[in-house]
Design a protein around this ligand. Structure first.
Ligand code: IMP
Ligand code: MG
Length: 183
């Protein structure tokens, strides 16, 4: 396993601490209100599972599946491949996403939810690569800014591998080659 990673970037304890901190901000901001927490699958499944258990609010949970990545490059055109069945008309929404890279996924999802009539859409990301941003999108809460390294773990994958790691790791060149999908 070791040769698959360049280094540990963020430990599970740091993640846990930041999530508690973010949850307490959200608890204060939305006190007495109802929210819909929307997780973008698959990457955000662990993040949303951990944070909602720290939220002391009336909330429901929904998921959207958006796809744009093959190998380690964004295709640039995010597609919604699994939609929400419940109406989100007039609802206050928080989108939970694993990572903001170009920003295209979040921009597309936010526009879509607003188009469906949500009254308010905020975004919370676990990670962000500010140097990679190509479209402008407001991220209300981001836990960690990172460099342009390809990272895995805590829900994030490389061609479906490594989602189960507890910490966030930088992938090695060796692993990038080994787990590359044939074109
Ligand atoms: P964006 O649309 O370019 O912002 O891409 C966001 C999506 O790309 C995220 O939901 C991730 O699935 C994926 N992504 C971007 N960078 C990484 C990374 O370093 N590791 C794993 N997935 C990534
Ligand atoms: Mg994703």
């Amino acid at each position: 396993m070791e040769k698959y990673f360049k280094k540990k970037l963020i430990s599970k304890d740091e993640i846990k601490k930041s999530i508690k901190n973010l949850a307490s901000k959200i608890n204060k901001k939305y006190k007495g209100e109802e929210i819909v927490a929307i997780g973008l699958l698959k990457g955000a499944f662990i993040f949303i599972a951990d944070i909602i258990r720290e939220l002391d609010l009336d909330l429901s949970v929904e998921f959207l599946v958006v796809k744009s990545y093959e190998n380690s490059k964004s295709s640039g055109k995010p597609k919604i491949v699994l939609d929400i069945k419940e109406s989100i008309f007039n609802k206050k929404i928080i989108i939970f996403e694993d990572i903001a890279d170009t920003g295209r996924t979040l921009k597309a999802v936010k526009d879509y939810l607003e188009y469906k009539g949500a009254s308010d859409v905020k975004i919370a990301t676990l990670l962000s690569k500010p140097s990679e941003r190509e479209v402008d999108v407001d991220i209300e809460w981001n836990l960690f800014n990172i460099e342009n390294d390809f990272v895995v773990g805590y829900g994030l994958d490389y061609n479906e591998n490594f989602r189960n790691l507890k910490d966030i790791m930088v992938l090695s060149e060796y692993a990038i080659r080994k787990f590359k999908k044939p074109l």
